[in-house]
Design a binder for this molecule. Structure first.
Ligand SMILES: Nc1ncnc2c1ncn2[C@@H]1O[C@H](COP(=O)(O)OP(=O)(O)OP(=O)(O)O)[C@@H](O)[C@H]1O
Ligand SMILES: [Mg+2]
Length: 382
């Protein structure tokens, strides 16, 4: 493991010893044998889901703690880097809405990360996966999830030093505890931002459908990329629709393309997830749609900060009320949409699968992936 892991003192800490980092996060090093036993030998029955970098298994430690173990599938240098970043970042954060590190294991050819098990799995499983038919997410829970996940990102952007850009905010990375409190997970893609730097240029990683235009096109990463992704997540939460949807003829459509005409006509109620059967707070809905519309603006400098987002969602920041709601929509080019599998997934009730992940796509290959609607922006007073 490279030097990035040294911050976690892996050489200095004996197995089984708990470590309290300056952020007061408690984690420990697990042995491979311990995790093997805890997950019944990483049996398929224990698999909770599969992501871009490995599989996640449910486990139980000898002292009865339920854990989720992420096992990296390939020991490539890229996977090692992701692992190092994840462990480094997780060791620094502590917030009620961020899934902290419980521990990790570095074997000769294995890398595993241990988290607390979240009994209500991910937001994805409730919106589009195995829990979607049960409709456990009523309006109140959806608002709690929106505000809580925004608060988690706010902490990453403004309260931890150096600031952290998540870069992969999406429904499968918002996990839900037994009270449906959201915990933002997966900092493997995170980018640490040194003091005084406003943005960085980087290889594009993330998930199609949630990517901010300037990030997808030029690899320009800043906090407002997360704000954009949060806007898409919020729309998804309110409407129950996927960020990219496959229409009957096979054509794919983004959630902003779908929402734009409704917002233009002020038909907010038609946007809300029909599974709620009309049980929602209309004022909160308008405000939340307004926040989403502000977040998904094409120009990063026009997007609100996560502080403003939290303020608006909680109703004590008036920016949303005085601004006009408009929705910028983007349409991806066909070759880019072909890479996406989000809209192809069936809800089979099985373990969740990763989809639409770019991994590390070279920025050059992403040149101008959007066909814009020019200035065909719609305005509507709320
Ligand atoms: N701590 C956890 N508790 C419960 N379920 C979890 C936990 N961590 C992950 N999962 C489940 O495992 C699934 C796969 O997670 P993973 O992070 O590997 O992939 P992903 O989020 O789909 O994609 P990505 O690799 O881009 O993050 C998640 O969707 C979630 O349902
Ligand atoms: Mg994930």
């Amino acid at each position: 493991m490279g030097s990035a892991l040294c911050c976690c003192s892996s050489d200095k800490v004996d197995e089984g010893v708990s470590v309290v980092t300056p952020g007061n996060t408690t984690w420990r090093i697990f042995t491979y044998k311990e995790l093997h036993t805890a997950t019944n030998g990483f049996r398929d029955d224990n698999m909770l889901g599969e992501g871009g970098f490995g599989s996640v298994y449910l486990g139980k430690t000898s002292d009865g703690l339920q854990i989720a173990v992420k096992k990296l599938k390939a020991m490539t240098s890229k996977a090692e880097m992701e692992f190092a970043v994840e462990v480094e970042v997780l060791g620094r954060v502590r917030h009620k809405n961020l899934l902290g590190l419980r521990g990790y294991c570095v074997g000769t050819d294995q890398r595993l990360i241990v988290y607390d098990y979240m009994p209500n799995l991910s937001l994805l499983s409730h919106l589009h996966g195995q829990y979607s038919r049960e409709v456990l997410l009523d309006w109140k829970r959806r608002m709690k999830i929106a505000i809580g996940s925004a608060e988690g990102i706010l902490y990453l952007h403004h309260e931890v030093t150096p600031h952290i850009i998540h870069r992969d905010i999406k429904a499968s990375n918002v996990l839900l505890d037994s009270d449906f409190e959201p915990l933002v997970a997966d900092f493997g893609f995170a980018k640490l931002i040194p003091e005084g730097v406003s943005h960085m240029t980087t290889r594009v990683k993330g998930t199609l459908g949630y990517l901010a235009p300037e990030y997808a096109m030029w690899g320009k990463v800043s906090e407002s990329c997360d704000v954009y992704s949060f806007g898409i997540l919020l729309l998804e939460l309110l409407t129950g629709r996927k960020p990219i949807e496959k229409l009957p003829g096979g054509v794919k459509r983004t959630i902003t393309e779908w929402a734009e005409p409704f917002i233009a006509k002020g038909r907010f109620k038609d946007l809300v997830d029909p599974k709620l059967r009309g049980n929602f707070d209309e004022n909160q809905l308008k405000q939340a749609i307004n926040v989403a519309a502000l977040c998904v603006q094409n120009e990063p400098e026009k997007r609100p900060s996560m502080k403003e987002v939290v303020g608006m969602l909680k109703g004590y920041d008036s920016r949303g009320k005085v601004m006009k709601t408009r929705m910028h929509s983007v349409k991806y080019r066909e070759e880019l949409l072909a890479l996406d599998q989000t809209s192809d997934d069936d809800d089979d009730g099985g373990p969740e699968e990763s989809y639409g992940v770019f991994g590390a796509m070279e920025v050059q290959k992403m040149q101008d992936p959007y066909r814009r609607y020019g200035d065909r922006k719609t305005t509507k007073n709320v």
